[in-house]
Design a protein around this ligand. Structure first.
Ligand code: SAM
Length: 278
């Protein structure tokens, strides 16, 4: 895999060191950039053992990641891409859990520049600030990729899935965590999110040249162990204590409230899929 095409990490080091302090332009920016960057500070304060749970907040639980990892079967010096990596927690979890069979390093792409920079500082992986519709990665160069919780926030699902297919080698493996909506109209709409239906998702993957090998409703998998949840809670508490008055915190909390309700009442479900590039 040509890590970034020019061989450099492009999460900007020139950006100010502290997290953004101005009001974010959107709820998405609040949640995925401002609060993400504050999370790096929380890990510094609370300790390294908080890094992975902190950097997976709002995405997969360890059981989700384990289900995906099992089928993706990353090994030897295969190349691995996390597209829309957020703070990099899932990729760091994966790297920790395949040390006995994989010698590589994850490449992370993430469009929110503060989040991308924090991910690189937290875990030291090559991290590029880029949207998944235009990955700065050579065609046919990736063995395994995953993209978790991103399909519902991209402005173009078609372009994103086509791009994942472009960078994966034939027979390359793809893992997805997708928030999928059912038939019922949503009682509330989290800003910036557009959830595919099951049928849309199947068509999307088939049209782009993927064969779905396996899938599961993540509600069937166990929740996070208490040690993981306690660390995530301590991070949440730290963020609330230090940033609870900031507009970005309120915007992100409101997004989380709406998402929590939609998931709890099963207007949306978390589907995990493993697919192969044909
Ligand atoms: C729910 S978060 C999940 C983050 C990470 N994958 C995880 O599981 O922890 C969604 C992520 O997608 C990113 N994102 C938004 N639009 C994107 C796009 N067009 N391409 C790639 N990532 C995008 C957001 O900035 C955010 O980090």
């Amino acid at each position: 895999m040509s890590a970034p095409e020019d061989g450099t990490d492009s999460a900007p080091d020139s950006a100010p060191d502290s997290a953004p302090d101005s009001a974010p332009d959107s709820a998405m920016e609040a949640e995925f950039d401002t609060v993400a960057a504050w999370t790096e500070e929380a890990v510094e304060a609370l300790g390294r053992d908080h890094a992975i749970p902190a950097a997976c907040r709002g995405s997969g639980s360890p059981a989700d990641l384990a289900w995906l990892a099992r089928g993706l079967d990353l090994r030897d010096d295969e190349t691995f891409l996390d597209a829309g990596a957020g703070l990099g927690g899932p990729a760091a979890w994966l790297a920790d859990h395949v040390t006995d069979r994989w010698r590589g390093r994850p490449l992370l792409t993430e469009p929110m520049v503060h989040a991308a920079r924090s991910a690189r500082r937290l875990f030291g992986f090559p991290t590029v600030a880029a949207v998944s519709e235009e990955l700065p990665v050579r065609s046919d160069s990736v063995d395994v990729a995953w993209s978790l919780g991103v399909l519902c926030v991209t402005p173009s699902r078609d372009a994103m899935v086509a791009e994942l297919r472009r960078v994966l080698r034939p027979q390359g493996r793809l893992g997805l965590l997708v928030l999928e909506r059912g038939e019922a109209p949503l009682p509330e709409q989290p800003e910036g999110n557009d959830f595919p239906t099951r049928e849309e998702l199947d068509d999307l993957l088939g049209d782009a040249g993927f064969h779905v090998d396996d899938e599961i409703d993540a509600a069937r998998l166990p929740g996070a162990p208490s040690a993981w949840s306690e660390r995530a809670d301590r991070v949440e508490e730290h963020l609330r204590r230090h940033h609870g008055e900031h507009p970005a915190w309120h915007a992100a909390q409101e997004q989380e409230r709406v998402m929590g309700r939609l998931l709890r009442e099963r207007y949306i479900v978390t589907r995990l899929l493993r697919a192969t590039a044909r």
